[in-house]
Design a protein. Structure first.
Length: 277
């Protein structure tokens, strides 16, 4: 059998298409070439990111993802055409199926469209610190067409549908000023020296290395509570992702200094007056 005859040998023959050895080899080469081309493009993007600090990591990743999906789409269409399957025939023959899939995959399409908005608007970028509407805070690790991966403070990877970032209220802490204000609440017993309380709270805030010296921390006497005098110590930090650890350190120091200065943190209490008849 001649080489030409081997290439023209029919592997699958139907009324609509005829798959030969040549068609199969050509299809494999198209897919292999696409895979190699995507790998080369990835290396080019990676090299440009490392050599040029002005290139935004998130936008570069978005452009690479778009090119990758586009190339694979073209490769699949060419592969189908190569083996004799006409795309127009395929779409016409499966119109009812596509309608059913469209209705069933509405949320998937919504996530994909939302992903396109995220990739090109730039409201969400790699390494941004975000807070979801359920209070979960995390760092953006990867933005894809349908989902976004977020790493929480507990080093758990959340896979979040992109539509959530479009439909819900999401706080992007990275878009706020570099230094963000936070506070720690504390109550002291009635009869405490409020001037001393203020001094101790400010001293505790000044001791922490991650609390900004400018703007300076300040103390607010917020209320006369049911069982305590309520204070809030406000401070600024540029480490919003680690702020819960900073708050914890501050509470430890406040408790220590209150004990040294004999400032009491009261237990909730209620006075009951008995009236005898």
């Amino acid at each position: 059998m001649k080489f030409k005859e081997i290439l023209e040998y029919s592997l699958l023959n139907t009324d609509n298409f005829d798959i030969t050895v040549y068609n199969l080899i050509a299809t494999i080469l198209i897919l292999l070439f696409t895979r190699i081309l995507i790998g080369v493009i990835y290396k080019i993007f990676k090299r440009r990111i490392y050599t040029n600090n002005n290139i935004d990591l998130g936008k570069s990743h978005s452009i690479y993802q778009l090119i990758k999906y586009l190339l694979w789409t073209i490769a699949i269409v060419l592969s189908l055409e190569t083996i004799g399957i006409k795309i127009t025939f395929l779409l016409a023959g499966s119109a009812a199926l596509l309608v059913g899939l469209g209705l069933g995959l509405q949320q998937v399409f919504k996530d994909i469209v939302s992903g396109l908005f995220l990739l090109f608007e730039g409201n969400l970028k790699i390494n941004d610190i975000v807070e979801l509407d359920d209070g979960e805070i995390g760092r953006v690790k990867e933005i894809n067409f349908r989902t976004t991966k977020i790493e929480t403070r507990d080093n758990i990877i959340l896979v979040v549908p992109n539509a959530k970032f479009i439909d819900s209220n999401v706080i992007n802490w990275s878009h706020i000023q570099k230094k963000t204000r936070f506070n720690v609440k504390v109550g002291v017993a009635y009869g405490s020296d409020v001037a001393l309380v203020q001094k101790v709270l400010l001293d505790c805030a000044a001791l922490h290395k991650d609390i900004s010296k400018s703007p300076r921390p300040f103390v607010r006497f917020s209320d006369f509570g049911d069982s305590s005098l309520d204070f809030q110590v406000y401070f600024w930090t540029d480490k919003s992702f680690e702020v819960e650890n900073i708050k914890s350190d501050l509470r430890f120091e406040i408790d220590k200094q209150f004990r040294i200065n004999k400032i009491q943190i009261p237990f909730p209490q209620r006075d009951v007056h008995m009236i005898s008849k």
